[in-house]
Design a protein around this ligand. Structure first.
Ligand code: ZN
Length: 400
């Protein structure tokens, strides 16, 4: 059965055939005696191949046709891009290579063909080839901005962060728009690699660069905290994790477990309780975020955190309906019931996504600084609560 893109391809042929006929019919009005040009037989033949799903024959037919008709080059580009979009990259590559091989090609058309071919290679996963072509196009062609944007994507994919920084900075100059956040994250990636390799001096220098002339990212603070932890500077680590929790409570799941661990080590849980109390008073979402983090990371034994978890469980609509905790009179029974619910929630949280991209909705278990789906940076946020409604529904425990 012909697919949707087959009809698109066929539509292109039809449009061109119609345009050719209209030109022939109305283009030269003074030659009144001349009969209108017939529909182009070549187009109709190509159309027939496409409608019969004989894509190979259609492709060959079209490649031969372009050789004899220079005016069809835009259709050629459109076909190449359609083939690429429907995943037939080999065919797209053949079409674009065929254009490039034309000896009489103008420089704009050559650049367009090279840019299209680079996109084909990128789509086919031939990143080295795409990278070389895009790097050339980034040097002054009319596609230089788009080429640099694509180069950034390729370097991100290859984790070539220094090259991504260079391309990003060039792109900032050429496009006139700020890529401050994106470039800050590139530096943070380099810093994280340096931390993993134990090169803390390099890591500090990258974090510094990530913040030079740019707004301070929370990620930079987390990386600096990780460096401080790794170099036994728990005071600095505490200060930075506290700052993250205060300024960006959506990163509670990253910072709170570390805060608890350091305070436990320093035997200063009292100070942690005081800090969290102040935070809850000034930020109405903090209590829920603390509870969610404690459930997800199974953190217990800290007064303020335990109270947040209890409040969370008592206020959760689905849970309240599921287990009637409010009506359990005996305090021990009540504690036991709450402990069981908490353990069950931890298990559920471990098997459901914890983060979701606020731009495209992509969800994941781990915090990802760059969304794998829409490629935006720092757009993931933790779910406001454990995603257990759907699990309970699926298991048949509750029925909506
Ligand atoms: Zn996204």
């Amino acid at each position: 059965m012909p697919t949707e893109s087959t009809f698109l391809l066929a539509g292109l042929f039809l449009l061109l055939a119609a345009a050719g006929w209209a030109l022939g019919r109305f283009g030269e009005r003074d030659e009144v005696d001349e009969a209108p040009a017939p529909l182009n037989v070549d187009y109709l033949k190509g159309l027939n191949f496409l409608l019969n799903e004989q894509t190979d024959q259609a492709l060959e037919h079209f490649l031969n046709m372009v050789r004899v008709d220079d005016k069809t080059i835009e259709t050629h580009f459109a076909l190449g891009s359609l083939f690429r979009r429907r995943g037939e990259v080999d065919r797209a590559i053949r079409i674009h290579q065929n254009i490039i091989a034309r000896p009489d090609l103008g420089s704009d058309q050559r650049d367009q063909a090279l840019f299209s071919l680079a996109q084909d290679y990128q789509k086919a996963g031939l990143l080295d080839r795409a990278e070389n072509m895009l790097a050339n196009l980034a040097q002054g062609s009319r596609h230089q901005v788009e080429a640099l944007e694509r180069l950034c994507r390729i370097y991100e994919q290859e984790k070539e962060w220094q090259r991504a920084i260079d391309a990003g900075q060039k792109l900032e100059v050429l496009s006139g728009r700020s890529l401050a956040l994106q470039i800050a994250h590139y530096y943070c990636e380099l810093a994280d690699s340096a931390v993993a390799a134990g090169d803390f001096a390099a890591a500090r220098s990258y974090v510094k660069k990530s913040q030079a002339g740019r707004p301070r990212t929370q990620r930079g603070a987390l990386t600096r905290a990780a460096i401080a932890q790794a170099t036994d500077d728990s005071r600095t680590a505490l200060r930075l994790f506290e700052r993250v929790v205060d300024d960006a409570s959506y990163l509670m799941t990253e910072a709170l477990p570390q805060l608890v661990a350091i305070h436990r080590e320093r035997d200063s849980l009292k100070a942690l309780n005081k800090h969290l109390k102040t935070l809850i008073q000034s930020n109405q979402h903090a209590s829920k975020e603390i509870a969610y983090t404690a459930i997800v990371h199974d953190i217990g034994g800290v007064d303020v955190i335990d109270r947040c978890v209890e409040e969370y469980m008592l206020n959760e609509r689905t849970l309240a309906e599921f287990i009637d905790i409010q009506n359990i009179r005996d305090e021990d029974d009540r504690r036991e019931a709450l402990a069981k619910v908490r353990a069950a929630l931890s298990k559920l949280a471990a098997s459901t996504p914890r983060y979701q991209c606020k731009e495209c909705g992509f969800s994941s278990q781990q915090l990802l600084w760059q969304c794998p789906s829409c490629k935006a940076w720092e757009t993931q946020r933790p779910f406001a609560s454990v995603q257990f409604d759907s699990l309970l529904q699926r298991s048949g425990i509750i029925d909506y």
